[in-house]
Design a protein around this ligand. Structure first.
Ligand code: C2E
Ligand code: MG
Ligand code: MG
Ligand code: MG
Length: 288
């Protein structure tokens, strides 16, 4: 595999246990994180399995706490959900990432798909569609380039506006991906009922390629089932060549993981795109 750029390693110092214990203090601090400029969006490329060319990217949120360092979204997203802060933080992520994608589109003439994670709380929000429509108008990003990632942990029954919102996102021209596929209790029901364009095979299965034949069988079956239902498939957590080879042999459409690139700051990601552009134009200039 072509390794895309230099890796930025991410070290989180706040453990889930710490967050549990200091939940209240973190929530208070989180209230000011956006205003204090402590939130950042990093981007991880998604590549075409055959060509290994970048076709998209996922926006991933980071919280840079002045004393505690970078806090993992796995730790603070639940706090943001409990406080309802996720609605404004989520809108900030969407706006920041759409603006960034538009900027790269203009600078490099690339039409990369942008994946943005949506929390269950956002998906139940009656204003979600207005927010998305406004962000698209304000930033000028083509809705066709925006893909909302929805995790399987959301219960269709318990989320009143979920289906309406997802259909509404399609009407706006956006796409929908089912994130962490295979980990929820209702994978098949989800696949049948949600208007999804793509599914993302959870990294817990990908990690066991070459290790656990049962997980390998699940990965193969998921790819085949998704294709029969006319959904595209992305594998998450692709870390080693063996994962890549297996996923390629079984027709997985796209790949995302440390093998290609860690989530990168806008500057590193921009450098990656500039490098890619140099390679493509050098290739185009070669005599046939
Ligand atoms: P996710 O949406 O499934 O994102 C993929 C996670 O896998 C990211 O973790 C990414 O850094 C990590 N990852 C990517 N490649 C590899 C790999 O090769 N190996 C391993 N071990 N991990 C890999 P991250 O950035 O810590 O985010 C964790 C979760 O937090 C995300 O999972 C998503 O559910 C949530 N999240 C992140 N940003 C946002 C956001 O803006 N809004 C909401 N609602 N949730 C977010
Ligand atoms: Mg995701
Ligand atoms: Mg995932
Ligand atoms: Mg997830």
């Amino acid at each position: 595999a072509k390794h895309l750029g230099r890796n930025n390693f991410q070290i989180y110092e706040v453990s889930p246990e710490y967050a549990q214990e200091h939940g209240m203090a973190l929530k208070t601090r989180l209230r000011h994180a956006e205003g204090n400029g402590e939130l950042r969006v990093v981007y991880q490329p998604q590549v075409n399995t055959e060509t290994e060319d970048i076709v998209g990217m996922e926006a991933l949120l980071r919280w840079e706490h002045p004393e505690l360092g970078t806090i993992s979204p796995a730790v603070f997203i639940p706090l943001a959900e409990e406080t309802g802060l996720i609605v404004s933080i989520g809108e900030w992520v969407m706006r920041t990432a759409c603006r960034q994608a538009r900027e790269w589109e203009e600078r490099y003439g690339l039409r990369l798909r942008l994946g943005v994670n949506l929390s269950a709380v956002q998906l139940m929000e009656p204003h979600l569609l207005d927010t998305v429509a406004k962000v698209l108008t304000d930033t000028g990003l083509d809705p066709d380039l925006l893909e909302m990632e929805v995790t399987e942990s959301i219960s269709i029954k318990e989320a009143p506006n979920l289906l309406e919102n997802l259909h509404g996102l399609h009407e706006l021209g956006c796409h929908i991906a089912i994130d962490d596929f295979g980990t929820g209790a209702a994978s098949l029901d989800y696949l049948r009922r949600l208007p999804a364009d793509r599914i993302k095979i959870d990294q817990s299965f990908v990690r066991n390629i070459g290790v656990d034949p049962d997980d390998e069988a699940i990965v193969r079956a998921t790819i085949e089932m998704a294709h029969r239902l006319k959904r595209a498939v992305v594998a998450e957590g692709v870390e080693i060549e063996q994962h890549l080879e297996f996923l390629r042999a079984h027709g997985c459409d796209e790949l995302q993981g440390y093998l290609f690139c860690r989530p990168a700051t806008p500057v590193s990601f921009g450098n990656l795109l500039a490098e890619r552009q140099r390679l493509l134009s050098a290739r185009a200039a070669e005599p046939a």
